[in-house]
Ligand binder design. Structure first.
Ligand code: HEM
Length: 266
């Protein structure tokens, strides 16, 4: 249990000034902002999104008051975004929720440890250290489950789990951060100093790849997906339905095909 309470950043203060570690975090946030903005400019997705929303508004059948808008947005945040409801019921959603909350806990506790518990006089950091390890373990569980078994290339297209393509950059960089982070902390706890420096280098490198690779990876989906879910539900509430036809006045009969087994016979 003690190994989960180790604050791996505190030993780093022997070689790095805490300010350098804080600047590293600020630089990673800046990389995310730059990567996302360049991605938005390149794909023109946000421009399309707002044009589409403006066009759809013309066919709205109802003017939403600000109270109604807030209610729709709150419901979307709690239901659709916080539980990734678009993934439906099942393993895919459980794996995503594990990885998503694991990553959020890992990032928040990393920032708290680096900014607030960076010297031996900073007080007891065991709660935040525990959360840091918990976040990393949750990310590994959700992420490896997804990458090894649930990824469409593996689960439906019969590609071997070790076949890596560019689309795997995000999930693999995320997993590398959590795995090397845990290895760095555990080797510190076991007194394996040399090995712990090796994992530290790998931890830093994987963070640079994760945050520096936003433009090329699926990182920004964590901003786009919530925006799209809010827009979809607002369009549902104001009757514009993104210019899609209204549902037919008939029972939702999709035939047996929709219940068919997932393709996996190879
Ligand atoms: C910290 C926040 C998040 C993290 C760390 C995260 C992580 C991931 C990862 C690792 C993947 C697999 C990517 C791949 O195909 O290789 C993924 C896919 C996905 N994410 Fe997220 N995500 C986050 C937020 C969100 C949010 C807020 C939503 C929706 C509201 C969302 C919806 C999805 C969907 C629909 C997929 C596709 C899943 C599949 O193919 O099974 N994610 N996410």
């Amino acid at each position: 249990m003690d190994i989960l309470l180790n604050n791996p950043f505190i030993n780093l203060t022997e070689i790095f000034n805490p300010i350098a570690m804080q600047l590293f975090i600020v630089a990673m946030v800046a990389l995310v902002i730059i990567g996302t903005v360049v991605d938005i400019i390149h794909k023109k997705n946000v421009q399309y999104f707002f044009n589409n929303a403006k066009k759809a508004k013309l066919s709205a059948t109802k003017e939403l008051g600000s109270g109604e808008r807030i209610a729709v947005i709150a419901k979307t945040v709690v239901h659709d975004i916080a539980t990734t409801s678009e993934l439906g019921a099942g393993k895919r959603r459980v794996a995503h929720v594990l990885g998503m909350y694991g990553t959020i806990i890992f990032w928040i506790s990393s920032a708290v440890l680096v900014f607030c518990y960076n010297s031996s006089t900073s007080g007891d950091s065991s709660t935040w250290s525990f959360l840091w390890h918990l976040g990393a373990i949750m990310t590994c569980l959700g992420g490896f489950w997804f990458w090894l078994f649930l990824r469409v290339d593996v689960s439906a297209e019969a590609h071997p789990w070790y076949r890596i393509i560019k689309a795997d950059l995000f999930v693999l960089a995320l997993l590398a951060c959590s795995t090397f982070g845990l290895a760095w902390s555990f080797t510190q706890s076991f007194g394996l100093v040399g090995l712990s420096y090796l994992f530290l280098v790998l931890f830093i490198a994987s963070n640079l790849i994760l945050f520096g690779g936003v433009y090329w990876s699926k990182f920004a989906h964590m901003f786009y997906k919530p925006g799209a879910a809010i827009q979809k539900n607002l369009a549902e509430a104001d009757g514009s339905r993104d210019n899609l036809p209204p549902p037919a006045d008939a029972p939702e009969q999709f035939g047996l095909g929709i219940k068919r087994e997932q393709p996996k016979h190879y």
